[in-house]
Each structure stands twice: as structure tokens, then as C-alpha cells.
Design a protein around this ligand. Sequence first.
Ligand SMILES: [Mn+2]
Length: 203
Amino acid sequence: MLNKVKSACGGRKSKIKRKTKETSVSVEFSAPALGSKKNSVKTPDGFLNHMLELFAYHGGFGLVVKAAGDTDVDMHHTVEDTGIVLGEAIGKIVSKGKIRRFGSAIIPMDEALALVSLDVSGRPFLEFNVKFKNIRTADFDYRLLEDFFRALSVKAGITIHIVSLAGRDNHHICESVFKAFGKALAEALKPSSRKVASTKGLI
Ligand SMILES: [Mn+2]
């Protein structure tokens, strides 16, 4: 993925649409360097919207998400496919320029504290060490967030470590995770003057 580092740093904006028999998802994503602040997140779930808005705001990203799906089944397909398409959108801009590659953030939300550390390396991996107090509220199954981040890591080619260090309230735990993910990704996607961010000479 990152072996295309000789291409221009411009074009740090992407748009991906994906339609299956289960879901229809479109994502527009732009890196902070572009200065876009166009944010609009519309999925069938208010909690997921809230989390994606936090991610975009605190990362300084431009983000437009439109997602619909077979929510009469449950939210699984829609949450996972939103992760797939957001991951593809992120992966698309990564291949177009030289970036710092690593990014980390430790972010609190009241009693909750989350660590997110990323390697935008073309190597998909997810470590999701987050313990929720209850697996779901009436509206949202928190376990789906692991599926969301796994899909994103695979499609974007990012090693993602997410560790919840403290927290009592699930909403706060999730907020600290999504804010930290936004901050860490913004750091990793910053332009780098190096030709290749690896001692191998190729990522
Ligand atoms: Mn909130």
C-alpha cells in the first residue's frame, strides 16, 4: 500500500460507495491537511453517528457518511460495512502520499481512559482490549465495535491497538476510544518529508 510513496501528496480526499444485498454505505473522507471540515454522519443508529462524529471532529477530518442496512435483522451488517467502507476510504488516501505512519493517543472522557496506537503500514491487525460493563444497551450492542475496527483495519491496512485503561460507563469508554482513534490517525496521516518510513526501504 505505502510503496506508492513517490506519487504526489495531493489528493488526500477519497469517496467510496459500497452496495450489497445487506447494506448501502458511502463515505467521503479527507485528511486534516486538506482543511476540510465537511462533516455529516447519517447511519440508522444515533450512537454510531455520535461516535463517528467524535472521531472526525477530534481528528480534524472531513467525513460524510451515509449508511443504510438491514436493521430489521440487527445492526451487525451496517456497523461492520460502515467500518469496511471507512477503511477503504482511509486506505485510498494513504496510498497517495508520504505520511508519518505511526500515531498514538491516550484520551480521557471523565472516568474513562483509552489508548489507541496505530501503524499505517499496510499490515492489517486489530488488538481490541476493551471490556464493557454490559454487552448492550437497548439500542446498541457494544461488541459490534470490535467488528467495526477489525473491518476498518483490514481495508485500510492499519495495525490498530485499542486498550481501555479505565472506565465505568460504556458510553464514556466508547467516546474515549473514538476520540483517541481520531487523534492517533490524524498524527499517523500527517505528511512526512521522508521518502519511506521504514528501515527496509519499503513498507
Ligand atoms: Mn456522548
